[in-house]
Design a protein around this ligand. Structure first.
Ligand code: GDP
Ligand code: IMO
Ligand code: MG
Length: 430
């Protein structure tokens, strides 16, 4: 029996992680975020009611389940408190269910200003970030000058650290980016002091709590944000996010050792989408691309941006399987392919006349890769809302089988609609 599982995105994010985490939380004791920040947008649909989560783990709607924000997450207290209040207004006892590590770096308004300034300066080379300040906040973490949640406990030290940080960033904004906006130490300090009243009672030693649950043979879900191809090291650098999104990050981002993990579920969209810039060999600019965008409602949860769409890319997925040690796949949004005449799947790339079996690490090489496709039959009857594998159209089953055969990893769950229970369970993952 599996106890501690990682659920992460195997593509460019928005694979449907939130829906599946919420669904599987039924069987869990705790759900943990371990990287990213409020650049994430995870949508849950329960009996028609939509919940959009950004920082709060997708298990929060379940009674008796603990939610944790691990040290690897960068936290905008403003965004977190707003998200908490939205849920509290709907009767969700967030203050009882959610706990946070004091080692989380805080995302400040100055980080958002830097994010915006850098994107503007890049012009048409821009990353296409969510402009939530995530990159600059991680930079401060690595530079060892971040304000962490625990600093809220020591007002004097907090003020000193804020002065050093804001002096540096105000200088950069004014003299490097020519931006007039400046951030005041006293005003920022005051706001943080106010947030502290809500946040300090929620602090806990996340690592110790998770390991206590482990020792008591409880079940823990580690919820990834973004996706493997947005990983700072293994993604299409520099068109990536600023954290490691791969399964190894659970150890550093939550304080939970790798040998305690029993399974890694790769949430995989039955096609692909991407928000922001960067290589994307299977991207479609035709009617099929439009079909995927419209039928799949492919608009960003965080920024509302239209997502780029394309065919499934098994080359990129193979990389994701290997660097995450994905033990099984949850294939989402299969229903979005309903009604297509034919379905293409990328099985290799061609780069400068040579066949390539893995995604290049250099984005400039990657953009020159041409997809080599295998064409499969589409299906006319609906996979939408199916809960029984044998009731799937025969061509849809052939599609699933093709993916399994190529990747040599089983598809344990198939998601056939946005609702919590619109799933086919081939094998229990816990
Ligand atoms: P996440 O960031 O990985 O949690 O994914 P998002 O929530 O950003 O995007 C996934 C979108 O697809 C959400 O709007 C979900 O409600 C929706 N969704 C999830 N699974 C399915 C599915 O199997 N079929 C359909 N049609 N929609 C789905
Ligand atoms: P979830 O968890 C899709 C993308 C941005 C941009 C790049 C860098 O919902 O899957 P950042 O603001 O992180 O510095 O932006 O990463 N990005 C996401 N794309 N889903 C996400 O999260 C994303 N979080 C960041 O669009 O290309
Ligand atoms: Mg999302």
């Amino acid at each position: 029996m599996n106890h501690n599982i990682v659920i992460l995105g195997s593509q460019w994010g928005d694979e449907g992680k939130g829906k599946i985490v919420d669904f599987l939380t039924d069987k869990a004791d705790a759900v943990v975020r371990f990287q990213g920040g409020h650049n994430a947008g995870h949508t849950l649909v329960i009996k028609g009611e939509v919940t959009k989560l950004r920082l709060i783990p997708s298990g929060i709607l379940h009674d008796g389940v603990k939610s944790f924000i691990g040290n690897g997450v960068v936290v905008s207290l403003q965004a977190l408190i707003a998200e908490m209040n939205e849920l509290i207004d709907r009767g969700v006892p967030v203050l009882r269910r959610l706990r946070i590590s004091e080692a989380c770096p805080i995302v400040l308004p100055v980080h958002v200003a830097l994010d915006e300034a850098r994107e503007a300066a890049l012009g048409d080379q821009k990353i296409g970030t969510t402009k939530r300040g995530i990159g600059p906040a991680y930079e401060d973490k690595i530079a060892r000058r971040a304000i962490r949640i625990g600093d809220l406990r020591h007002p004097e030290k907090l003020k000193q650290k804020l002065k050093i940080l804001l002096d540096l960033h105000n200088f950069t904004l004014k003299h490097y980016y020519n931006i007039a906006e400046q951030f005041d130490v006293d005003a920022t300090f005051q706001t943080l002091q106010e947030y502290a009243q809500t946040i300090l009672p929620m602090i806990t030693d996340v690592s110790a709590e998770l390991n206590a649950i482990r020792k008591a043979k409880g079940k823990i879900i580690f919820e990834g944000a973004q996706g493997t191809l947005l990983d700072i090291d293994h993604g299409t650098y520099p068109y990536v996010t600023s954290s490691n999104t791969v399964s190894g990050t659970v150890s550093s981002g939550a304080g939970f050792g790798p040998c305690y993990l029993d399974a890694v579920i790769g949430i995989t969209k039955a096609y692909t989408t991407r928000v922001g810039s960067g290589a994307y060999p299977t991207e479609l600019f035709d009617k099929v691309g439009e079909h995927l965008g419209v039928k799949g409602c492919e608009f960003g949860t965080v920024t509302g941006r239209k997502r780029r769409t394309g065919w499934l890319d098994l080359v990129a997925l193979k990389r994701a399987i290997e660097i995450n040690s994905i033990t099984s796949i949850c294939l989402t949004k299969l229903d979005v392919l309903d009604g297509l005449e034919e379905i293409k799947v990328c099985i290799a790339y061609e780069l400068d006349g040579k066949r390539v079996e893995y995604p290049p690490y250099d984005n400039a090489d990657y953009v020159r890769c041409k997809p080599v496709y295998e064409t499969l039959s589409g299906w006319k009857t609906a996979s939408f809302d199916q809960r029984d594998y044998s009731k799937l159209p025969v061509q849809a089953r052939a599609y699933v089988k093709f993916i399994e055969d190529y990747l040599k990893v089983p598809v344990d769950i198939i998601s056939t609609g946005p609702e919590r229970d619109q799933n086919i369970i081939v094998k229990n993952v816990f």
